[in-house]
Ligand binder design. Structure first.
Ligand code: AOF
Ligand code: ZN
Length: 379
């Protein structure tokens, strides 16, 4: 624990730098965590690096390569506990031991069951001084999805919503283009880019025929941190309980992975006509609809963060079932009036004790709109 450690100014500065480096990989490392590493000797940075892409070298390896033999006797600052397992790359703890670093400062432990404290133990067993907990909250916050998946097997779920001041998502005739402005819509591209999967419902597909991909040219200033070649498209997940998706849906024509989830199998004839980037999954039903807990368990095998971009029924189901961690609401300063559609379909709660408990964690102006980020308090 960090409670008894008094960190020096140098420690604090170096871990801040490591976190800054980790952030550089935020949009490209998934499903691996964003991790940064700085190697310091005689008050000088002699190596630094960050994890850029799953399957490629970890942060420590980049930093050690830069430092070379000078790393002997140095201090390594790492935002996540160095790994102890042979995954796609050999253990970073071993690399630090082999080069002979003297001290390792770790921001937060790695809850990955393959690591889970063993990286820190390996270093200590080799006689290296290890201090844990510097900037822990910041390092944890950088990898909320990864942390949740490793701790629970479930992905973090963000539900994206866009509405008018009177909480409507469309006019009564269905017209919704555009309630929010271009800045909000560009920000949705950022939400998609940070997500391993996007979940939508068949009703949204049938009504709007969206492509649900990340469009590089719409990334704005994010283009500075992600090149077009690095762009990772999230898995597009379509919940289609009764297997109604038409082969003409626009999303199918875009070549990036799609998962069609139904409660009854698609016909062999339909499946034979699907392009190779589309796969199908049958899950159990709850009240005639795809079981959302089963869906999240399935996605938790490989997805850190799931973005739900759906209509009021499906988005409401995630919230009502206690499966949403966060809501991001783009609120337009417009009043639609009439009988437009409601923001979320929720049960008819009879007491305030039963309504979802939300905490506003961020509020920001985006053009003429306001973006509210709300944490859902789960009991
Ligand atoms: C580190 N440094 O920079 C990262 C770590 O599939 P692999 O071999 O890349 O292993 C991925 C796991 O390694 C990942 O789930 C997490 O536990 C850890 N990530 N560890 O020491 C890093 N990215
Ligand atoms: Zn590693």
């Amino acid at each position: 624990m960090s409670l008894n450690i008094s960190w020096s100014v140098l420690d604090t500065q170096m871990m801040s730098r490591a976190i800054q480096l980790a952030r550089k990989g935020f949009y490209t490392t998934r499903p691996n965590p964003s991790v940064g590493c700085v190697i310091v000797k005689d008050n000088q940075i002699i190596g630094e690096g960050y994890h850029q892409k799953a399957g490629e070298p970890h942060a420590e390896v980049h930093a050690l390569r830069m430092a070379g033999e000078h790393a002997r006797g140095a201090t390594a600052y790492v935002t996540l506990e160095p790994c102890s397992h042979y995954g796609r790359t050999p253990p970073c703890a071993l690399a630090l031991i082999n080069i002979g670093v003297k001290r390792v400062v770790v921001a937060v432990e790695d809850p990955n069951p393959q690591v889970g404290g063993r990286g820190i133990q390996m270093l200590r067993d080799a006689g290296i001084e290890v201090d844990v907990g510097l900037h822990r909250d910041e390092a944890y916050a950088l990898n909320l999805g990864f942390m949740k998946r490793m701790e629970s097997g479930l992905p973090r779920v963000t539900v994206k919503l866009a509405a008018s001041l009177d909480g409507k998502t469309a006019l009564s005739n269905g017209v919704s283009k555009w309630i929010t402005g271009p800045e909000s819509r560009r920000d949705v591209q950022r939400l998609r880019l940070r997500s391993c999967a996007l979940v939508t419902g068949i009703e949204t597909i049938l009504a709007d025929d969206p492509s649900l991909n990340v469009r590089y040219q719409e990334l704005g200033s994010l283009k500075d941190s992600v090149t077009e070649a690095q762009l990772l498209q999230p898995l597009r997940v379509i919940l289609d309980s009764r297997a109604r998706l038409p082969l003409s849906a626009a999303c199918l024509a875009i070549v990036s992975p799609i998962l069609l989830v139904s409660t009854v199998a698609y016909s062999a004839e339909f499946q034979a006509q699907l392009p190779s980037h589309v796969s199908c999954l049958v899950l159990p039903a709850i009240a005639g609809r795809v079981s959302l807990p089963e869906l999240l368990s399935y996605l938790g095998q490989s997805c850190n963060h799931v973005l739900v971009e759906a209509g009021a029924t499906l988005a409401g189901a995630f919230l009502a079932q206690g499966l949403a961690d966060e809501l991001v609401l783009y609120q337009a300063m417009k009043i639609l009036g009439g009988y437009g559609r409601n923001l979320l379909q929720l049960p008819d709660y009879q007491t305030m004790a039963h309504i979802p408990a939300l905490i506003l964690v961020d509020e920001r102006k985006l053009g003429l709109d306001t973006r509210l980020t709300l944490s859902v308090m789960l009991d």
